[in-house]
Design a protein. Structure first.
Length: 539
């Protein structure tokens, strides 16, 4: 339910046949096979960060013994590296083990939002909304509807991977278009654009919590606190560009190729003699579902109006001391509550009308089920919290950031080229580390402070990470939803393999990467605000 919470070591299904050699060139096939083998050798994220924790502990102890210190730019104080394997370090760990976990910032922001999104999802509201949007699209604009909806569907977290593609296939077929284009185009839009959405999601809260946590390594630098809407303006623009681009690629690249390859339009004959049981959700809404969705939207609109009145009236307690909202105010600090409120209202209103929610017990059950889906992340968060806390406490994070920033300046790799290099690194790591929260924890610990020393706000580094975080995940065999989509694809192409799927995803990866990096470049050179009170450059 969080950012690609695929926190187990997933590999390809051994029962899946290899892709035909004609699907991918020999060079591409060897590359993808190498990525798969390398990725399968990686430990699980928990084991990976446990190893990094021990490495940091050992390195910090050696550096402390050697008397290593660092001076933070803008501060006259010398920071001494502290070692974990010392009396001070061991007592710090035993005293703060629980606080390191419970105080892990993403837990504070993600869990409340997750509870509300869980109600909206399990009541059926989110699925109904997506089906309504699909059903209202005309045949000519259907690919673009799939692209925009797929990009926006990350509000449903990982559920988007199993809801949007099959629904897109069904509406494509109903419109007389190729259903596989809808299936694969929906998967590409959801996966390659997962890190952005036109509405704040639990992923925004997760990233913001991690970003703020690592900035503690540089207390001498004044930065703006990151919140779930710090990248909001950038996300809106990215969603529009990537959604339309996804539609164009589906319409002009993917679907024509499928027709040329004569890929089956109907389900392949199954072993049961060609009988197929229709298990998918209908792309059209029933009368009761339509009524429930309308009531949900009206109630949400009314709630939004009430919130606006509360914050816009003169003397509102949600204004700052100057009577405004930027750069800091109680309103911006209440984003988690606002998102929680809106999703909760939507879900409860829809469920009460449809009958999926009959009492508060149903709401509590849905909230509990959403937490169950987060168990793997909650376990992973334990070691993530320990790693971030150790990285901050020892001073290694500060030392690494200062040395890294000095090194970039020495070789002349600063400005936007340094950002592009950072995005490329994130894209490559994304092939191997599927958990977005784990990868951002790892990269943010070094690059957020490093780029702060180069003059960039943490919210901008986080925005740059979004570009590299998603584009390549639709071509890595370590993405478990690749297997899910492959199973759906093989209904049309029984002999399709992972190589088949990857070859059809590659046309999305490079255009998405370039377009998204282009949006970031516009923001960078025009010095546009990334979100409410969120800038690119440090003052």
């Amino acid at each position: 339910m969080t950012s690609k919470t695929k926190d187990d070591d997933h590999g390809a299904d051994p029962a899946v046949p290899d892709a035909p050699s004609s699907t991918l060139g020999k060079l591409g096939d060897r590359f993808l096979t190498g990525v798969e083998k390398l990725g399968n050798k990686l430990p699980t994220p928990f084991t990976l960060f446990l190893g990094l924790f021990l490495i940091t502990a050992l390195a910090s102890s050696i550096m402390a013994w050697m008397g290593v210190s660092v001076q933070v730019p803008g501060s006259s104080e010398q920071l001494d590296i502290k070692g974990l394997f010392t009396g001070e370090g061991l007592t710090w760990l035993t005293i703060n083990l629980g606080e390191n976990y419970i105080g892990f910032p993403p837990l504070v922001t993600v869990l409340p939002i997750l509870l509300a999104v869980g109600v909206a999802e399990r009541s059926g509201m989110l699925s109904a909304l997506i089906r309504k949007l699909f059903g209202s699209a005309r045949k000519a604009v259907l690919p673009y509807a799939v692209g925009v909806i797929g990009i926006s569907a990350s509000v449903m977290a990982d559920a988007a991977f199993v809801v949007v593609p099959p629904l897109a296939a069904m509406v494509f077929k109903a419109a007389g278009r190729h259903p596989v284009a809808g299936l694969l185009g929906g998967f590409a839009a959801v996966g390659a654009g997962y890190s952005t959405s036109p509405v704040p999601t639990s992923l925004d809260a997760l990233f913001a919590g991690i970003t703020n946590a690592v900035m503690e390594t540089l207390p001498g630098i004044e930065t703006t606190e990151v919140n779930p809407v710090s990248n909001y303006y950038f996300n809106i623009a990215s969603s529009v560009v990537l959604g339309l681009l996804a539609g164009f690629l589906i319409d002009k690249v993917l679907e024509p190729r499928l027709w040329r390859q004569k890929v089956a339009v109907d389900y392949a004959a199954a072993e049961d003699g060609g009988q197929h049981t229709e298990e998918e959700i209908s792309p059209t809404l029933s009368a009761q579902e339509s009524t429930a969705l309308k009531v949900s939207m009206w109630v949400t609109l009314l709630t939004t109006i009430i919130v606006l009145i509360a914050v816009l009236i003169p003397g509102s307690p949600w204004r700052n001391e100057d009577g405004g909202f930027l750069p800091k105010s109680p309103l911006l600090s209440s984003v988690v509550f606002i998102v929680f409120l809106l999703f909760m209202v939507m879900g409860i209103a829809y469920g009460m009308v449809l009958g999926t929610i009959k009492s508060m017990d149903d709401v509590v059950r849905m909230m509990g089920d959403s937490i169950k889906d987060m168990i793997s992340f909650l376990v992973l968060a334990f070691i993530l919290g320990q790693f971030v806390a150790l990285f901050n406490w020892t001073g290694i994070g500060t030392w690494t950031a200062v040395q890294g920033a000095a090194g970039l300046e020495k070789i002349g790799l600063t400005g936007f080229p340094a950002i592009i290099a950072f995005i490329i690194l994130a894209s490559c790591l994304n092939l191997l580390i599927i958990s977005g929260s784990a990868m951002w924890t790892l990269m943010a610990a070094v690059f957020v402070p490093m780029f702060a020393l180069l003059g960039y706000e943490p919210s901008f580094t986080q925005a740059a990470f979004r570009v590299g975080d998603s584009a390549t995940q639709v071509i890595t065999p370590l993405n478990p939803y690749m297997i899910v989509i492959l199973g759906l694809l093989r209904r049309y192409e029984p002999n399709a393999g992972l190589g088949t799927l990857m070859s059809r995803m590659i046309p999305f990866v490079i255009p998405f990467w370039l377009a998204w990096a282009g949006v970031l470049a516009i923001w960078f050179y025009a010095d546009l605000p990334l979100g409410p009170g969120s800038q690119i450059f440090l003052n």
